[in-house]
Design a protein. Sequence first.
Length: 397
Amino acid sequence: MTFPCLFLKPGREKSLLRRHPWVFSGAVQRVEGQLGMGDIVRICDSRGRDLALGAYSPHSQIRARVWTWNPQESITPEFFRARLEDALALRAALAPRLESDALRLVHGESDALPGLVVDRYADTLVVQVLSTGSERWRDTLVSLLREMTGASRLYERSDVEVRRLEGLPERRGLLYGEPLTAPVEIRENGLRFRVDIDSGHKTGFYLDQRANRALLRSLAGGKEVLDCFAYTGGFTVSALAGGAASVLAVDTSAPALERLQEHVRLNALPEERLTTWREDVFHALRKLRDQGRSFDLIVLDPPKFAPTAAQARKAARGYKDINLLGLKLLRPGGCLMTFSCSGGVDAPLFQKIVAGAALDAGLHVQILAYLHQDADHPVALNFPEGAYLKGLLLRRA
């Protein structure tokens, strides 16, 4: 079958030859043939040489996302079955060491399934359909996931801004199975959490921080801990389970803090060691500084400040501010676990920002570890954007 062709401008095929799966609108010379949203398109260099087959997105800055680098391959339900089989096989191999019944099954481009995210919470799947290509094949993908995972319920959380950038409406709801009547309970490293599938952040829980929560638990014994942007308490619960002397958990959301307290009770952890504070973290850090407070262990896990590189400059100010304040609250010998999940801020830039904060604070700070998302969120070598979670474990000397 012959598909319409997207021709690249001269010299703009270099990223495709390195197998980067995105074609940006600025690289497109012309399109020949009739194409609708999500249609299969041949991606060709300026001389007409076939490079790949992709999904066309007429409204997005990412004009096409590559399905396959073999222009002769057929994009059929069996194509997607094979891709899903590979992704599920990886997670089956990882599952024993992850020590959790909640994990990411499909991580978009890094699993060669652009625009598709699938998370498993016990027997419930949550799917995000984020591009026109995955939207075009949505029914097929849902049917295959139902068949191949045996999950009893599949819920959609395609209620994110990136869908609007693709020209797609946001969507959320039950796709199959019995409706949810309560949060889904999961287990992670021997701890229990209740996940709000319907309206929680992301797909309900920050699965990408699993390994970092375990690390914090190993460091927390006898420590006074400050957990900023605490949300429903993944880090707080881990710190208390690790024997923290106290935890101050700060977040702006009252419902999130209520769920955090529920998680502490659910795990039979000492409630008297927990203090929650509903406050903007920037304001809270300044108030703690003015009060002369200090801590042995601090977690800074903010939401995205810079979804795109164009917003990186503004985001850098925010990251520097909270890290400067956090470092000043750290006792000598204490540790700061600091993160960025912003796609527009890469790891070298994040380290540079934090180094600037340490310089302004007048402190000697050491990097003990580079932190990242857990292994069920793999990063394809041809798609460095998949490494969206950057973190540093720092020690104030």
